[in-house]
Design a protein around this ligand. Sequence first.
Ligand code: ADP
Ligand code: MG
Length: 595
Amino acid sequence: MSTRIRILPENLTNKIAAGEVVERPASVVKELVENSLDAGCTEIIVEIESGGKRLIKVADNGCGMSRDDALLSLERHATSKIIADNDLFNLSTLGFRGEALPSIASVSRFTLETRESGSLEGSHIYAEGGRIKEVKVCGMAGGTVISVRNLFFNTPARLKFMKSSDTESGHIGDIMTRLAICRPDVRFVYSNDGKLVLRMVDTDLKERISSLFGHSFAADFYPVEFEDEHAGITGFVAKPDSNRSSTSHFYTYINGRFIRDRVVQHAILQAYRNLLARGRYPMVVLFINVPAGDVDVNVHPTKHEVRFREQGKVHDAIVSAIVAVLRDAPWMRHGPVAKTGIYQESKLPVSDRRVEEVLELPEDFRNSAVPGVGIVPLENRQDHTPLPKNEPDAAIGESTRGYFSSLMYIGQYQGQYILCQDASDLVIIDQHAAHERIVFEKLIREFASDSIESQQLLLPQTLELSFKEASALRENKSGIRQFGYGVEEFSGNTWVLNAVPGLLAQGDYVRVLRDIIEDMQNLGRSGGFDQALEKICARIACHSVIRGVWQLALQEVTSLFAQLDKTEFSGNCPHGRPVLRKLTISEIEKMFKRG
Ligand code: ADP
Ligand code: MG
């Protein structure tokens, strides 16, 4: 009887491994550039076409390979970087799994050209879907050139998942940024569809950061220098003002390897805890060095996660390293933080939580009944004095009037809340929340009819973006313009901002734009444009509303209520932060022990 279980052919196991290692063109760039760095090169030239979908070509002037090694390099688990078990815990190279080349080759048309420094001629190998089709000698400079064409041509399911060329090249630009930061001593040249995007000379970290993020950013970065028995930490941290709405600007490296680690991120946030509003994230470039044996990088094929032996100690070292810089930084010495170490809540910018809250709905709005008998509608009232319960009622017969307009106005509390009576209930309305909700709904409507007001800036402003931000903006330019932002591509990743939403003309429009771009980047992952549209409108609404104490004249209350009545409260969320709260008479009586 024949067996049902069989060992898979290597071609198939490579494709399976490719599923883990090669997620998209950017992962190919990462693996190839890391190999070049491991080969001890001083220059790397990366060229891509169509977001890397048509071509990814990486050339280096590193050690190269002999013909035999070149053939071996395409075999699974073939590596020159480790030999024995122990080496796994003592890595000095970025690669070690011997998986990247065979995986990439199995899902593309793959050309490897390489020449060892001592050798007279180079070798040229061509493989298609992992099958070697041609091996010949070739003339070339010392080093290695790998060209990956038609990625995923033989895995249609994967092919379908690739995004637009702009999106994919944004991811590649991001990877290039991470790699370029980790090795300022190596020259990088990167071009996209024949256009030069980056040309970076060998330099120090500070210069590298300026050439990547722009000089204005670099000026906001402060050097970190720290060492204790558990970790050495160097790099730069930005002042709290240059914050972002996500961790996209956490450039963190463990022993030279870019990682996204929970422990590390937590430590960074803890260090900035009192300096940033909730939902805001700093910009940092941190190189954390721990003894090779104290960290396990073999946790995931992409090696983005690590495991520390002394997790808590490394965490605390990072916190101390950053706090030491923040404590002495000039903005701390002169800023409002100096005395207490904490910003006053009111000084903080609008938090992202606030934005989320606007999206949520006051729970008991929809069920609110038409006003009961005995209540005088607001517009018929002459003063602020509450009326006795059984005063003649002008609202009778006008059941179509909106709920808010029919409330009986009592007065204002703390310049922030409006108190009203609804039948026997006491109604408390948060006027900022109400206002935000009105602006939000208005923006949604105006966006649909392309009528959001835009205001020209007297002096156009420049904006430095990361690759991913630039490509997200490029791809969503018309949408962003529809929100009232006039944006034009200037050069490289620099854009010009010449108009802003009228609602934000006095506000923090640059920050809102950056946040919107970040939302756009997340479009693919989270539920499409509608979701982003609401979030963006909520962002603008939150930032357009003047916070703080705000005394309202009776007409203002009337008009606020009229607008609230016209505002649709859709998208009910039971946990929403309410615009309005009610206290029933029995609740109030209970408070006074009468119930
Ligand atoms: P790993 O990097 O984990 O060893 P790879 O599949 O990425 O595995 O590469 C296999 C081997 O091919 C490497 O160990 C290295 O010896 C060789 N190699 C790959 N790329 C280059 C390069 N650019 N220059 C020199 N050697 C290379
Ligand atoms: Mg490798």
